[in-house]
Ligand binder design. Structure first.
Ligand code: GLA
Ligand code: CA
Length: 688
């Protein structure tokens, strides 16, 4: 009887306390409506065939100084440098029409080049350097201007493709007779080299992070002939995969230069392969419009026009129009300052701390720069490292955090402790920031408010959820302790030092954690080290500026969930192991795979709504804030694609289609550092 009473009392007590705690736990609330903010740029929606085509033109032209190289016997004639059927940009889609040669686009960037081996994972400094060098099978940046009912990746290095009847094979036709910037032929061997020696080799981690799963589990690629490759998939008609063939995930490299350095063909280690083309190596062959010709550390990277570039305008002029590209090696904040002042030409205004000052300056009619706000495509999330089985080799402390991260009550506690209004206001006051619970960005085409589970800011709810996760401040020092070890919970949060917004948001998270007894220690490191740490899984939490999957849902879709061993940025498999998926992650993987497998738009909407519910209800990530960015371009440039967002399918450096941007003759400036020069041979002295 006594025993029963005790047991009964215990159950009763548990029942009561559990109810009490649950009542105070995280309870979803309707998502507050975002402040009204209209995008300023007017997009001129078109079909894909309105933008470009591939065809031979009766004659081709080049800048006069390039003809001098031809006359001197240093370069073949332009007709021989171009492919049989170059890509032709249609004048009707060029805001200011056919352009003229000359001038420079002066970029300012906060990144630093590690080297030119993009395919083995080297960072080139971001800010559009690699986007201007690499050309990929397909292209998605300019899709912001493609009509919804025609939305599909643009052809690029792959000029056309067709599906087999059963939909399991995709045959791609490459541009024929195009050449790398050093004159070497581009063909299917370059595609196959990237696939076999970089993508499929588990020791090589390309900058775009592509693995076999990026193109679908079990996907295969083979060469048919010099200009034809064929993909084989497990599913029928996975047309979605065409997005994965765009930047950054299938941009082939010059196999004639890379292959001899690969560990399978040389005595090199994988690290030596990666480092084989360091930052001082000039003339790395590209398919892009420009080629690196100078690097002065912490000062500048200069690119000159690629005389073999394979795109032309309708009058037959070989592109690009701009002879040179500058990348001043400074800070991202300085990019905004210089673009507004006119000493730089371009910026993605994305650090909200700089909005007020930049807006004020750009409002002056005499301002040298045009500033145009877009939609809310910039957002930040807090990522929980969800691997419980060893990815990133955590120590005992780290492993304990991983287990907390895998606990739904803990994640609900974290999302509830975040005062998102205050986080947004800490960056900039005004109608910019929206409450962003996580997942698909508010206002984007696949966003469904009704399927978004929003746990509002509540200190009480956060504390209650942490209690349910078993945490209590047992030693009374104000910091929550683990139930078993009795140690204080300490979480390290990876933060990019290169951006003020990342640091401001991290500061907010630390303060908000403190208010509920959670000790969060920021690990603020420079961009390149941050990238290495996150790729290796060396973090508990990570403050992250979202990639395009959460804006478009169709770009990088496979990354919305751990669909493969390394597709998710915060839940990868340990070496040789598997991803230890949580139950809701299994459901997300299933939904994402279904989304990838279907072309039916209504079904896709439903699936993405299911995904959003799973993501937000289970706090797969904790959204921090979402806000619009503004594109700043110097007013002397013509043909900047109207309404180009700073970020959507890709960054604005891709979206504005720089190879057809020009400066009218009467506005040209003498900014060229190497007028009249062309890139030298690979590994040579820069210009010749
Ligand atoms: C950095 C910048 C972005 C954009 C990209 C391009 O991430 O912050 O604005 O320029 O580089 O890769
Ligand atoms: Ca304590």
């Amino acid at each position: 009887m006594k025993k029963f009473t005790t047991l009964y009392a215990g159950v009763l007590a548990l029942g009561v306390s559990a109810t009490a705690v649950l009542a105070d736990g995280a309870t979803p609330a309707p998502l507050p409506e975002a402040p009204k903010f209209d995008a300023q740029g007017q997009v001129n929606f078109v079909g894909i065939n309105d933008i470009l085509e591939y065809k031979a033109l009766p004659e081709y032209k080049e800048p006069e100084f390039v003809t001098e190289y031809v006359k001197a016997g240093k370069l073949p004639p332009v007709n021989d440098r171009l492919p049989k059927e170059p890509m032709v940009y249609k004048s009707g889609n060029m805001k200011d029409g056919v352009g003229v040669y000359g001038d420079v686009m002066r970029h300012v960037i906060g990144g630093r080049p590690e080297g030119w081996n993009y395919w083995a994972g080297q960072i080139q400094g971001w800010g559009g350097i690699d986007i201007g060098l690499q050309e990929c099978l397909t292209r998605t940046g300019p899709l912001f201007q493609v009509k919804a009912d025609e939305l599909a990746p643009l052809p690029n290095v792959a000029k056309s493709w067709e599906w087999s009847e059963d939909g399991k094979q995709l045959t791609m036709h490459l541009i024929e007779g195009a050449k790398w910037s050093d004159g070497d032929a581009f063909d299917a061997d370059d595609i196959m080299y990237h696939w076999e020696f970089n993508v499929l080799d588990p020791e090589v981690n390309p900058l775009g992070n592509e693995t076999q799963e990026t193109f679908g589990k079990g996907s295969k690629l083979e060469k048919v002939d010099a200009y034809t490759v064929r993909w084989t998939f497990e599913n029928a008609f996975p047309t979605q995969v065409l997005y994965s063939m765009a930047y950054p995930t299938f941009c082939p490299g010059p196999s004639h230069i890379l292959a001899p350095q690969h560990p399978k063909n040389s005595k090199n280690t994988y690290e030596q392969y990666k480092q084989a083309f360091g930052p001082s190596y000039m003339g790395m062959p590209t398919l892009g419009a420009w080629v690196p010709v100078e690097h002065r550390p912490d000062d500048i990277v200069v690119l000159r026009r690629n005389p073999y570039f394979w795109k032309v305008d309708e009058s037959g002029q070989q592109l690009p129009y701009l002879n040179e590209m500058h990348y001043r090696l400074s800070t991202w904040a300085d990019r905004d300052v210089q673009a507004v002042a006119g000493t730089g030409d371009f910026s993605n205004l994305e650090q909200a701390e700089n909005y007020v000052e930049s807006l004020k300056k750009a409002a002056d009619p005499a301002s040298p720069a045009r500033l145009e706000f877009g939609q809310r495509t910039i957002a930040y999330s807090l990522h929980f490292n969800l691997s419980g089985n060893g990815w990133g080799k955590p120590d005992e402390r780290g492993q304990a955090v991983r287990e907390l991260n895998r606990n739904i009550h803990f994640r609900k506690g974290v999302t509830s402790m975040l005062d998102r209004q205050r986080l947004g206001d800490s960056l900039v006051k005004g109608p910019f920031a929206a409450i962003y619970p996580g997942g698909i960005h508010p206002g984007m085409s696949f966003f469904d408010a009704g399927s978004t589970v929003y746990y509002p800011y509540s200190v009480e709810a956060a504390k209650a959820e942490f209690a349910l996760a078993g945490l209590a401040d047992t030693d009374g020092d104000g910091v929550l302790n683990y139930p078993n070890s009795g140690k204080n919970v300490e979480i390290t949060m990876l933060v990019n030092a290169d951006y003020q917004s990342d640091k401001s948001l991290a500061e907010g998270v630390v303060a908000m954690g403190e208010a509920v007894g959670l000790r969060v220690i920021p690990n603020i490191v420079a961009g390149n080290d941050r990238e290495a740490a996150r790729k290796a899984g060396n973090f508990d939490w990570h403050v992250w500026r979202n990639a395009s999957e959460f804006v478009t849902a169709v770009q990088n879709t496979e990354r919305l969930a751990p669909t493969g061993p390394s597709t998710s940025d915060w839940h990868k498999a340990p070496e040789g192991g598997e991803v230890d998926l949580l139950d809701f992650e299994k459901e997300m993987v299933d939904v994402v795979n279904k989304f990838i497998a279907t072309k039916d738009n209504a079904e896709r909407k439903t699936l993405m709504a299911q995904y959003q519910k799973l993501h937000t209800e289970n706090v797969y990530t904790a959204g921090l804030t979402a806000y619009p960015g503004a594109l700043i371009v110097n007013k002397r440039f013509a043909n900047v694609a109207p309404g180009a967002p700073i970020f959507m399918f890709n960054w604005a450096e891709d979206n504005i289609i720089r190879e057809r941007v020009y400066v009218p003759a009467d506005k040209q400036q003498n900014f060229e550092l190497y007028p009249g020069k062309l890139p030298d041979v690979p590994g040579g002295k820069g210009v010749m």
